[in-house]
Design a protein around this ligand. Structure first.
Ligand code: ZN
Length: 66
């Protein structure tokens, strides 16, 4: 178990390690996820920020705008 700052809001997020499946809706200890965006960048984001992103075609600009 470790923490990583969210790229969107800067909050320290607890992560279980590795890339989890955010769509399973299960109760996991992971509070964020690393997303690969359509512009081939990767950003670690908490679920609050993920909820505010567009459903598709997310770019680094969208993350920066959070
Ligand atoms: Zn966040």
């Amino acid at each position: 178990m470790t923490t990583q700052p969210c790229d969107g809001c800067g909050v320290e997020v607890t992560i279980a390690g590795g890339i989890a499946n955010i769509w399973t809706q299960e109760h996991t200890p992971t509070g964020g996820i690393t997303l690969e965006l359509v512009d081939d960048t990767e950003h670690f984001l908490c679920f609050d920020c993920i909820d505010r992103l567009p459903d598709e075609d997310v770019t680094a600009d969208d993350v920066a705008a959070l």
